[in-house]
Ligand binder design. Sequence first.
Ligand code: URA
Length: 238
Amino acid sequence: MRKVINDLWNTLEDYRQLKTYGYRCDNREYYIPETAVAHDPRSITLAQVGDNGPDSFEKIANEIMQCKKCRLCSGRKNSVPGTGVLNPFVMVIGEGPGAEEDSQGLPFVGAAGQYLDKWLNAISLDRATNCFIGNIVKCRPPGNRDPQFDEIEQCIVFLKRQIALLKPKAILTVGRIASSIITAQENGIGKLRGKIYNYEGIPVVVTYHPSAVLRDRSYRAAVWEDLKILRKKLDEIT
Ligand code: URA
């Protein structure tokens, strides 16, 4: 049964890629989305990722830059380990680098990133002094498609090591992919947002992806509510 569903999923995914990009991005076997939650990438705990001896941001970044564990390495100009400060108030987690991020090797530097900076500034946060900005996958998925489950599965350990090392006071996930991976809930943002989750003792606030809000301004009020939830939580715990 699983094979039939996976085959069907693969066929639909082929069709989607052909329709969206005019070509198939790769030759991988796709997975049904449910699998992402069934094989919860959180099954490796922060304590386990910290078991490999002393870690450092440079060590993790070097491993990311040399990483060839999934197909995304073949299309990258630069991998994007993330940027920000140690012990940030907030670690922002997006889904993966886009074209501009791939060119510069930095996260959220395109239009969505500039918009994200405005959100952060509105609640007295910024990437230079009190935040860390990262992504679920560190290399750009071709054609800006969603990262696939096996790519996430290979890459997530880097994010976990970063969380274990940086020890953010809170996490803000932006967009469906980052939010569903970090909360281990499969719902869309509309259902997930509005409450605080817990990621191994770290409070997590979920909101829309800035690109989605740039496309549909009606999400702005919800984002502002979410940012206020985050600010209130930070004021309580810092
Ligand atoms: N979108 C993301 O999710 N991450 C980036 O770094 C840029 C755009």
